[in-house]
Ligand binder design. Structure first.
Ligand code: FAD
Length: 385
């Protein structure tokens, strides 16, 4: 953990907000698969969700290290930032690649919470991780683009005003490079709903408000295009490093929560007239999880610092995401085992956090794909796919 006084202040501020949203709050949201509206509202009003938006657009103009600290603290406190974290990094697409008019129109409203940009439509059912084979098309027609296709796992679509959408504008066989021909759009969800866009929720093992989104001749104005037509894949890629670092910070927060919860319970719970934490069979998995968390944390904040220095954090961001997700999963397993049967009781929050942290082995990028990235881009081995 860093000892930067500014970051400590952020941690304390976020912890104070989170203290109003205890385990019971998250248990109820989870049981009802309800969007944590009050929490998202409180976080928006505090300005923390606008951490990465520059001051000239009404945000606080903080760096990625500060944003990672905010998300880590939410998870460290037992909460879950998945309901709103996308807002932090998806707005980067507008900030980096949007026109002056788009930035002036949207960023201040995203910063003050009057518009939510929570939905990010990239993944499709038939293409999965192979993003370049996505099939959703956007065809220019007069002053509009006409969208057809389907997205899956578009989280928070029902609670978002805007969606960043990746679609194909030039057929794959008509582009020189496989990464060309995809474009990014900012879709006004309120106008689109019922007019060519339909959202269907998917119930999952966690409370994630994720959905399928169907496009059937949806017309959006041509000025919804962000940046240049055909260059969208690059724009999405530049945002992915920030996303991976921020999600990795959430994993570190989860790992710390599990480790604290496990060590406290192990010291307290007496079986055979002794605290169970006296047994090395209980101690060692928790101690090992702590060591792995600490190592992962160092890489996560190194990746954030690399990003903040304007260098390419590709390798660090991917490695941080993998190590942090592994650390949180290891800590989750040690925590559940330490709690014995009580680990399964909803009131302890362990089973909920256990389910929630499992996601990070799969999303936003799976462990296998990170290993492929390291093998190919860092170790220069042949590409496997
Ligand atoms: C709860 C949830 C929320 C999500 N939110 C969003 C969102 O908001 N927006 C969005 O666009 N997407 C979202 N996703 C999608 C997520 O990014 C994908 O699920 C993830 O990238 C994996 O894609 P897939 O599910 O299609 O798996 P697949 O690509 O079908 O892969 C299945 C398995 O095969 C493995 N695999 C695939 N190819 C290879 C290979 N070449 N080598 C080795 N192993 C391989 C993968 O590692 C994985 O374990 C979300 C997913 C979930 C579950």
């Amino acid at each position: 953990m860093t000892t930067d006084p500014f970051l400590d202040q952020i941690r304390d501020g976020v912890a104070a907000i989170c203290s109003n949203f205890p385990g019971k709050y998250w248990q109820e949201c989870d049981a009802n698969r309800a969007y944590p509206e009050a929490f998202v509202q409180a976080l928006t009003e505090s300005g923390y969700l606008a951490a990465l938006i520059p001051e000239e657009y009404g945000g606080s103009g903080l760096n990625l290290t500060a944003a990672a600290t905010i998300l880590e603290e939410i998870h460290r406190s037992g909460g879950n930032a998945a309901a709103c974290h996308a807002q932090m990094y998806t707005m980067g697409t507008i900030l980096r690649h949007g026109s002056d008019a788009q930035k002036a129109e949207y960023l201040p409203k995203i910063a003050d919470g009057s518009l939510r940009l929570q939905a990010f439509g990239v993944t499709e059912p038939s293409s999965g991780t192979d993003t370049l084979s996505l099939k959703t098309t956007a065809i220019k027609d007069g002053d509009d683009y006409v969208i057809n296709g389907q997205k899956i796992w578009t989280s928070r679509a029902e609670y978002s005003d805007l969606m960043i959408l990746l679609a194909r504008t030039t057929p794959r066989d008509q582009v020189e490079k496989r990464t060309d021909g995809l474009s990014v759009f900012l879709v006004d969800m309120k106008k689109a709903k019922g007019n060519g866009m339909e959202i269907r929720p998917i119930r999952t093992m966690i409370n994630h408000a994720t959905t399928e989104v169907f496009f059937d001749d949806l017309r959006i104005p041509a000025n919804s295009l962000i940046g240049e037509e055909g260059k969208g894949f690059r724009y999405i890629l530049t945002g992915m490093n920030a996303e991976r670092i921020l999600i990795a910070a959430e994993c570190i927060g989860d790992a710390k929560w599990f480790i604290d919860k496990a060590s406290a319970y192990a010291s307290d719970r007496e079986v055979f007239k002794n605290p169970i934490g006296k047994n090395q069979g209980i101690q060692f998995p928790i101690a090992k999880a702590y060591a792995h968390m600490l190592a992962a944390e160092a890489i996560v904040y190194r990746a954030a610092a690399t990003y903040d220095n304007g260098q390419d954090p590709g390798a660090e961001a991917n490695i941080a995401k993998m190590l942090a997700a592994d650390a949180s999963w290891e800590a989750a397993e040690a925590c559940l085992q330490t709690h014995g049967g009580f680990g399964f009781a909803e009131e302890y929050d362990v089973e909920r956090k256990f389910r929630e942290t499992r996601l990070y082995q799969i999303a936003p990028i799976s462990t296998n794909l990170i290993l492929s990235y390291i093998a190919e881009h860092v170790l220069k081995m042949p590409r496997s796919y």
